[in-house]
Design a protein around this ligand. Structure first.
Ligand SMILES: O=P(O)(O)O[C@H]1[C@H](O)[C@@H](OP(=O)(O)O)[C@H](OP(=O)(O)O)[C@@H](OP(=O)(O)O)[C@H]1O
Ligand SMILES: Nc1ncnc2c1ncn2[C@@H]1O[C@H](COP(=O)(O)OP(=O)(O)O)[C@@H](O)[C@H]1O
Ligand SMILES: [Mg+2]
Ligand SMILES: [Mg+2]
Length: 356
């Protein structure tokens, strides 16, 4: 049963080493490897994700801990595969969601990472940020909010009036409303003037651009573990830019392409990481509210307001492989399982400051 609507594997480039080949020294024997394991993780991921996440070092380390990763065959019933202790997935189609929920009804003892109905919240740029508004951070000096934004479902000609009614301030970042793993869902634009707004293509979210010194914090939350890295972001927009630019500007894939800024020579007021206790509280709150254990938060600090942070994006099961340190350790604890301690060297591609 080929599940439609996913970013199908056939579209992905490149051959991928089947991790099951690594789970035993003898010829590939997923079942035998699984039988010898303390913990069996079935996974349903695109080839791109397998390549970026299930790196050989992770698999060998997991194997030492008695953990094996077994690919799920989406053309066969899940109940005929396994048995699994954990199912790890990043698939968005409705068929897959039903497939997994039916299986989990029969096998409630299997940990699903993460429940599809929880992941669904992050597939929409409005619902993904709704929980942020209700965060209880009263015991913190810092403020964490989201930029003011407006959802436009259709009728581009209505955008200028809607923006004026909402009192949004230009420039505005236009983002596709739906996030579905395709590159189209990452096609962002920057709108400088009201007259250009009808050129946008709904459904979209229009979000006020917040100057933040060109540095973004990517906060990875994996179970109770938290890892934060700096990335180059879009440059600030000043009054001169606003007065001398009109139109809609397509933005590059900043968060994917951005190189690490962890070792860049930056103004400490811009580069200083958010306070650890704040990130830990954010992690706890959002894990509980979103019902997720594998996600990351894109966070910026308002330029000149050292204690005001904005969460602008939340991603499910993002590319941990881009966490930049010469080697990184993430300990992921899920429920009663301690999945893996990951030590992987992951040099980052060097790119210039994005955004031009
Ligand atoms: O949204 P931003 O902040 O850009 O972060 C993206 C999203 O998490 C992507 O997932 P999605 O497309 O589902 O939102 C993810 O693609 P994968 O999950 O396919 O890896 C990218 O990984 P890389 O493309 O490997 O960088 C990661 O950089
Ligand atoms: N409201 C905003 N203010 C300032 N910069 C923003 C804003 N929204 C997005 N950006 C910049 O654009 C990048 C991509 O936006 P994001 O919402 O993370 O989309 P994606 O899901 O494609 O990563 C961010 O990493 C940040 O650099
Ligand atoms: Mg992002
Ligand atoms: Mg995103």
């Amino acid at each position: 049963m080929r599940l439609h609507g996913d970013v199908s594997d056939d579209e992905e480039e490149g051959a991928v080493m089947d991790p099951a080949l690594l789970s035993s020294s003898s010829p590939p024997a997923g079942a035998a490897a699984a039988a010898a394991s303390r913990l069996v993780v079935g996974y349903a991921l695109t080839k791109k994700k397998v390549k970026s996440f299930l790196q050989p070092k992770l698999l060998l380390l997991a194997r030492k801990k008695g953990i094996s990763f077994i690919p799920i065959d989406e053309t066969r019933p899940l109940s005929e595969q396994g048995p699994f202790d954990i199912i790890l997935h990043k698939k968005t189609s409705k068929e897959w969601q039903r497939f997994l929920e039916d299986y989990h009804e029969v096998h409630p003892e299997v940990t699903v990472l993460d429940p599809p109905n929880a992941i669904e919240h992050l597939n929409n740029r409005q619902s993904m940020l709704e929980e942020v508004a209700d965060l209880n951070l009263s015991s913190f000096y810092e403020e964490v909010c989201t930029p003011r934004q407006l959802v436009i479902m259709k009728d581009p000609s209505s955008i200028p009036t809607a923006v004026a009614m909402a009192g949004l301030t230009l420039p505005l970042v236009a983002k596709p409303l739906v996030v579905d793993g395709t590159s189209k869902s990452h096609e962002l634009s920057l709108a400088y003037d009201e007259a250009s707004l009808p050129m946008l293509d709904p459904p979209l979210v229009l979000q006020e651009f917040v100057n933040h010194g060109g540095i973004l914090f990517k906060v990875y939350i994996i179970g109770e573990a938290i890892q934060v890295v700096r990335r180059f972001s879009l440059p600030d927009v000043n009054t001169y830019d606003l007065l001398n630019n009109v139109g809609i500007y397509r933005l590059p894939r900043v968060s994917c392409a951005a190189a690490s800024a962890d070792h860049a020579d930056l103004d400490p007021r811009i580069a200083e990481l958010p306070p650890r206790p704040l990130l830990e509280k954010l992690g706890r709150e959002l894990r509980g509210r979103l019902g997720l254990r594998l996600f990351n938060i894109d966070m910026i600090r308002e330029l000149g307001a050292n204690d005001r942070y904005y969460i602008i994006d939340i991603n499910y099961f993002p590319a941990e492989g881009k966490i930049n340190v010469s080697s990184r350790h993430i300990s992921a604890r899920v429920g009663q399982f301690n999945i893996v301690q990951v030590g992987v060297s992951s040099p980052l591609p060097k790119v210039g400051l994005a955004g031009g």
